[in-house]
Write a protein that binds this ligand. Structure first.
Ligand code: ADE
Length: 294
């Protein structure tokens, strides 16, 4: 999966080099490119914001740099991909010392590579990315959305700051690609960067091959299917007794049926305690006699 992230703080994405996603990048499963929005400014101060029309506090991100950024990374049909240079293998994007020029050229080169990857020949256009715009006024981000996004070949993230991005940017982008305005929760962050880290981690771990054990995804809290409205219950590992606290006997019993039943009981209890609104959504048809006693 290809991921392009546009932000005025490219160094914010250094965490994508570590742990599960860092390894997935090294293994070629995730192709992450971080772009500094300011490379698409043309004034001495590299201005990306201006005062809001209609007045009010704060600043709004100007449409011009965003328009140019999106045109470069995902050229509209009328803009030919020009200036593509091949990037030496192994010259990976280092988000901490992000070389803007290198990243930009990589984006353009990708446009052609993506075409080749997807069987584009002369006259056939490469795939169109899906644009994700994190904003507190977006649709709630859910596990179901993460599953859906994990099936996409190419995602572009536009990180707004201040009071947000001039609305015409999303409006225009919608004319040529699928755009999702997404909120990660009912609170306001200082910008979209932290939200993108959350979304990329939730999506990235679902990309085939990224997690070692594919089964663990099905048991996730909120996983579509069996656990959709159930939270995962408690987990334990060795030693069997720690500070006088024993692991529940059933988990040491070797009885798979009893263990599955116990886990379901725990999941139901936790859901009722922590997320009563989710518990209320459970379909009675999915509950057996024992579930109803929990
Ligand atoms: N930007 C600021 N707050 C946000 C939120 N809650 N979700 C997504 N993007 C945001």
């Amino acid at each position: 999966m290809r991921l392009d992230i546009i932000s005025i703080f490219p160094e914010y994405f250094a965490p994508l080099q570590v742990s599960l996603l860092g390894k997935a990048r090294l293994r070629g499963l995730l192709d992450v490119h971080v772009h500094d929005l300011r490379q698409w400014t043309h004034d001495r101060h590299r201005t990306v914001d201006d005062t809001p029309y209609g007045g009010g506090p704060g600043m709004v991100m100007k449409p011009d740099p965003w328009g140019e950024a999106l045109d470069t990374i995902a050229p509209p049909p009328s803009v030919p991909a020009t200036g593509a240079r091949s990037i030496p293998a192994g010259q990976a994007t280092d988000a901490q010392t992000v070389d803007v020029q290198t990243v930009d050229v990589q984006a353009i080169a990708h446009e052609q590579a993506a075409g080749a990857e997807h069987g584009a020949t002369e006259g056939r256009r490469p795939p169109v990315p899906r644009l994700i715009v994190p904003t507190p006024s977006g649709r709630p981000f859910t596990q179901a959305m993460a599953v859906e996004l994990a099936a996409e070949p190419w995602l572009v993230f536009a990180c707004g700051r201040y009071e947000g991005i001039d609305s015409r940017v999303v409006e225009e982008a919608r004319t040529r690609m699928r755009v999702d305005e997404v909120s990660i929760g009912d609170y306001v962050l200082a910008g979209g960067e932290a939200a993108v880290l959350v979304i990329v981690e939730a999506v990235g771990r679902l990309v085939p091959g990224v997690l070692g054990n594919a089964e663990s995804v099905a048991d996730d809290s909120f996983a579509p299917g069996r656990m959709q409205t159930l939270l995962e219950g408690p987990v334990y590992t060795k030693p069997p007794v720690w500070r006088g606290r024993a692991v529940p006997d059933v988990l040491l019993s070797g009885h798979h049926g009893a263990i599955a039943r116990w886990r379901r009981d725990q999941a139901l209890r936790r859901t009722v305690a922590n997320r009563p609104e989710l518990a209320a959504e459970l379909d009675p048809a999915d509950l057996d006699e024992r579930d109803r006693q929990v």
